[in-house]
Design a protein around this ligand. Structure first.
Ligand SMILES: [Ca+2]
Length: 235
């Protein structure tokens, strides 16, 4: 039996998918990521790519209706492409296992280094992971995390009681392992009815602000975006 060194190495490392990925990349230096199962391009714009450290997974935003099963293409969705094989496999990220496909635009994805988490923002109101979670009735954009092992989403732009924020939140980033998630929000993360509320909410240890907070008059929320950092624990 004859094995070339890379095949032997793959066997020794027990990484057949990594080997398949290497072979697939050898076919062409540049591959189409926003591809249908037959290899052709999707029928709408795909933008905002984000890639894992090993190049296997690319998450992106798409308006195409023929890349993901059941997609109408009426608004932007988030997809994650797996480039391990000769055919690109697409998974819909902007969906809940409980309520299905997000019902409004989802944008600005970012993927963790190993590809198991994708953060994005969305105007969808049905991206809650289970019936027990409160409905998204805030009428603004929120930040969500998609978890590959569970195939489900969770709200990440939360206040200190895990409730929805009142102002738009968007533009998430992620640390390499996905345990730290900065995002942008106009929200004060506060209950407007409580004096001194803002700093109390911010100092509860779960969410911190990276710039000095200037409390606004209670009837006038700040008009400028701020950056918050959320810690999700060890992943
Ligand atoms: Ca919302």
């Amino acid at each position: 039996m004859v094995l070339d060194t890379s095949a032997l190495l793959a066997l020794l490392l027990d990484e057949p998918e990594a080997e398949a990925f290497r072979v697939a990349l050898e076919d062409a230096d540049t591959r189409l990521v926003s591809a249908r199962p037959d290899g052709r391009a999707g029928n709408g714009a795909s933008t905002h790519p984000t890639v894992t450290d090993d190049g296997r997974y690319v998450a992106y935003e798409t308006l195409a209706s023929d890349l993901l099963p059941g997609d109408s293409g009426d608004y932007a969705d988030i997809a994650r492409a797996d480039l391990a094989g000769r055919r690109v496999k697409q998974v819909l990220v902007s969906r809940s296992r409980f309520s299905g496909h997000g019902n409004a635009a989802s944008q600005r994805p970012v993927i963790s280094d190993a590809g198991e988490f994708v953060l994005f923002d969305s105007l969808a109101t049905n991206l809650k992971p289970s019936e027990s979670v409160r409905d998204d009735a805030n009428g603004v954009r929120d930040v969500f995390l998609w978890n590959a092992p569970t195939g489900n989403v969770s709200l990440e732009s939360r206040d200190s009681t895990n409730g929805y924020l009142h102002q738009h939140s968007w533009g998430p980033a992620t640390s390499s392992r996905g345990n730290y998630v900065p995002f942008v929000s106009n929200d004060l993360l506060a209950d407007e009815n409580l004096p001194g509320h803002a700093l109390t909410a911010l100092l509860d240890g779960r969410i911190t602000i990276d710039a000095a907070l200037t409390p606004a008059p209670e009837d006038q929320p700040p008009a400028f975006p701020m950056i918050y950092l959320r810690y999700l624990g060890q992943q």
